[in-house]
Design a protein around this ligand. Sequence first.
Ligand code: HEC
Ligand code: HEC
Length: 504
Amino acid sequence: MQWPKKDRNQQAIDLAGRGNVNLALLTGQRIEHAMRPTLLFAVMLMASASQAIKAQVAAAPGVNAPGTIATRQAAAARLDASAIPLSAMARLGRKMFFDPTLSASGKMSCSTCHDPSHAYAPANPLPVQLGGRQQRLQGVRAVPSLTYLERTPRFKVGLDTAFDPDSRRLPKATRTASNPLQNTNTGSADSVNALFQAEQVVPEGGIDWDGRAVVLATQASGPLLDPREMANKDGEELLARLKVTPYANELVSVFGPEVFKSPSAGLANMYLALARFQIEDRSFHSYNSKYDYYLAGRAQLSTEELRGLKLFDDPDKGNCAACHLDKPTKNRLAPAFTDYEFEALAVPRNKKLSANSDATYFDEGLCGPLRKDATKQTYCGLFKTPTLRNVATRRVFFHNGAVHSLEDAVRFYVERETRPEKWYPRRADGTIVMYDDLPATYRANVDVKDAPFNHHRGEQPALSEQEIKDVVAFLNTLTDGYQPATSTAAAPASLAGEQAAAKR
Ligand code: HEC
Ligand code: HEC
């Protein structure tokens, strides 16, 4: 028994599709149909469809404007919102973020690895960065962008919040053969219900590739104390550095005189300030990519980008939107391009990582070694689904940085099963070591059910080379800082028109 993501995703596609067929509606065909039956029936139909029809009419200026009036207005409001000044705490956090004196080497700040001019990720193409007291120790994971973390839910293993009866989104595909429920007799309604319930319990949210920082405000202890990163020996050493910064007196005025009394109080406040900076400063979540303009009805996607979007959504092609959600939420929040859940994609082992020179070392994501608490075997090898906003600015991809181009990242999805010889090494006897970056016992955790992984060896990949290019073209629309080529002067007017139409 399986709940394919396909089903729950269909809804999103229906919604997207509606926006794209508006030309047919504008010709009035559908209204004519409605007029044919009795007048009463027609009136009822018109009333129920009026909202949708208005949306279509109002969408006229942007022919392929997606969604509804309400979602377009929400996207436009995000584009038009003026920046809110940072709180005193966030301003302090900004100073800390760019302060190299907080590191043991005196040379490394958060911004060394999280470069603001590079979507808060490294500008260099190294799979992992160097840090530590002498700046020579290699990290073990690719540095993620820090953009769009602000809506990440707390880490928890619990009800699948992505499961939403209103959106008809179904829970994820039953994970794997090692799932004890796999062999349940699903013949009776009760056992189906049991499975349904069980499937809603999934790990979700949290910060870092393995979600081990429950929330943003606890994350910063990681890099500040990690011997491979900013390498403070302990909290005492870090607090001593903090005390002699030029902004030490500001810490006292924001947090009170107790702030330097103990490392626990001082550092908790420090991490909080760093989190406030990331949450408040617009540069971490500007929602002004070309796709956001498109969602607001203020930019057109090119033919190639639209093809890419369609493939991204199509459950039989890319199926990317099953995990990288690309439609506004029910509450009209911008699409986050992640469902904040965890998956084992079995990215190939990265031989360039010094940690990997030890053949017995494996980064098992939710199961450690960086995370110490999660123990369930079915979670081993699972990593957090990252947002794809700003993904085109990245130089390396996936948690171990094994992939170096966006095209290859997309290609991996469609070739992992169909052409594994391109991605994994061979044993002496010529057989392929599938999923070589996971211990053999956990290879059953790898997602082989969700498209595009359901195409088998020797079959055609779910996307052709041209289609991979189309998806990449679409992913390129997710980079912040889009400058609309033409004047947007007409857009606010048309939005005002939409608002008026909506009120009528
Ligand atoms: C030496 C490079 C380096 C430095 C310096 C560094 N980080 Fe990171 N950062 C990383 C890596 C690597 C990860 C991924 C860690 C993991 O998943 O285990 C990461 C992850 C993060 C995340 C989680 C992102 C996500 O997608 O969940 C946040 C937030 C973050 N860093 C903030 C900071 C802050 C704040 C500082 C300064 C106090 C900092 N980093 C300093 C390398 C660095
Ligand atoms: C089953 C859920 C799922 C589906 C479907 C999915 N992804 Fe992902 N995606 C993930 C997870 C999980 C990761 C992180 C995996 C890792 O690093 O081990 C990821 C990572 C990525 C990355 C690397 C991002 C980075 O910051 O390094 C790209 C690019 C990407 N996905 C694109 C796509 C595209 C394009 C598709 C459709 C062809 C797709 N994904 C389908 C879950 C999914």
